[in-house]
Design a protein around this ligand. Sequence first.
Ligand code: HEM
Length: 534
Amino acid sequence: MEVDLHLPSTLVVLSAIFVLVAVLYGFHPLTRWRLRKIPGPPPQWYAGNLLEVMRQSSYHFYIRNARKYGKIFKVWYGATPVIVVTDADLGRAINLRNPNRHTAMGPAAIMAPKDRMFDSDGILLTKDRAYHRSIRNAWQPAFFSESLNGYANLMNSGADRLIKRLGKAAAKGQEVNIWRMLGDLTMDVVGTASFGVEFRTQEDDEIDSSASKDSRELVMAAQTIFQMGGAGGSLYLPIVVLCPVLLPLVRLIAGAFPDERMKKILKARTKLQQTCTKLLEQARARMEAEASGKKPERGLAPGSFMQHMAQAKHHPGVKNGSPFTDTEIVQQAFGFLLAGYETTASALAFTIYNLSANPDKAARLMQEVDAFGRDRVPQNSDLEQLPYVQAVFKEALRLFPPGHISIREAVEDLNLNGHHIEKGTWLHVSLCGIHRDPEVWDKPDDFVPERWMPGAPEEATEAQKRAWMPFGDGIRACVGKRFAWEEALIALLRIFQRFEFKLSPGQVPLEVRSPFTLGPAKGIFVTPILRGEE
Ligand code: HEM
């Protein structure tokens, strides 16, 4: 009888290869060795620290680990090590020298390039420096004082609709999820400012039936993308997180067989693109009609961000200084909504949470509001008369910065306090870690708006002021900061002219989640109470 002596040895070799691959992809011995001197929480095989990050939220996980391991530590997102920095000066230096964001692990990462165009070429994720400068410059005039003065009416009408809704709840003594309601407000304001059609997301039946068909379709598409777009959206994602080298293959398979979530996102993106293209055509018709002295019927509102982009041109060195294409304009308009909607809603909700949990601070704020006038409708230029409202908002942004990480990719090899970091490494400047650093702040976890009141005994030192950076820093810092500031102050003033809030029990400390931006885990539940006579 003939015995196949090769079979066992083949099995041994295959098993050895399998074990080697399992070790290389599960344990990453070489990378671990390279980064061994950087401390950090011990990773698990394959998942790294991902399960802990998801359980605790990256926000808490980073704050806790900064207190345990110091201002530079490493965290493993599956197979990818991320260097987290919680030192303000080092963070600024990183942001200044490394302008590229690494591609987030959202469903978009696994989409084919044609389906990803919103992300890869928009202001948020483009890695082409000259192109970024060109788009960013085109954005800037939307935040000049003249434009901001123009937005005040829109922001006040948004606040009117919110006050109406709060009034109904107050009359019934009803608890509300204020985070949700503020989300409806900011979607209303940012959506209308960006796309130039009335978003009307604050009506009780979600989308006002009197809104135009274009407007309704746009709102629904944007909402679908938001609901579906968070990290962990697609079933294909875990594969890429655990084994990034499979990305090209996963993209191919996901392109051919998209799962339900991806299908919905793709459909919503196509709808958004089509509707915006139609609005742009109307806008161009409007501009032509205006130029020839006629009055057009509909189109983008004058002064809207999209109309502004329709008139903008690239830098002479980029695309020969040509006007923006329709696709580019839609990318930017969607970027405006994406970056400005949830961040501002969460910042406002955190502010109301902190005020409700600290009634003495709320009382001081209401005194200032009353001195300004209970019935006075603010304009942008009035906001400097509200130093305590500003201080309260600043302090809420310190404790809970909605954009809590400046996400970067090392553009070259770096030396971080003696640690060698290779080009391409993912870097997270943890703004929440910096904002709660006990070596920098007294009572880092307490809500003390007086830190931001000039002359107060608690007034922040220069080092503390430098360590306040909720809008990031460097050339990728928040371009919409002045818009957010105006919108938030108008909303706070208008809300507290009419209401105070009772926090529902069981919410201190607040449960948060931070898949991408930082927000309350389930919401912030309060009962609005109509304020008595002055
Ligand atoms: C309270 C509200 C807001 C907060 C806390 C916030 C925070 C941030 C942060 C932390 C960044 C990243 C900075 C970095 O990577 O270093 C950012 C970027 C950005 N934000 Fe905001 N933001 C807010 C509102 C807005 C609004 C209302 C808009 C638009 C109208 C906007 C548009 C953008 C854009 C386009 C970027 C990317 C800029 C670039 O890459 O050049 N943000 N924001």
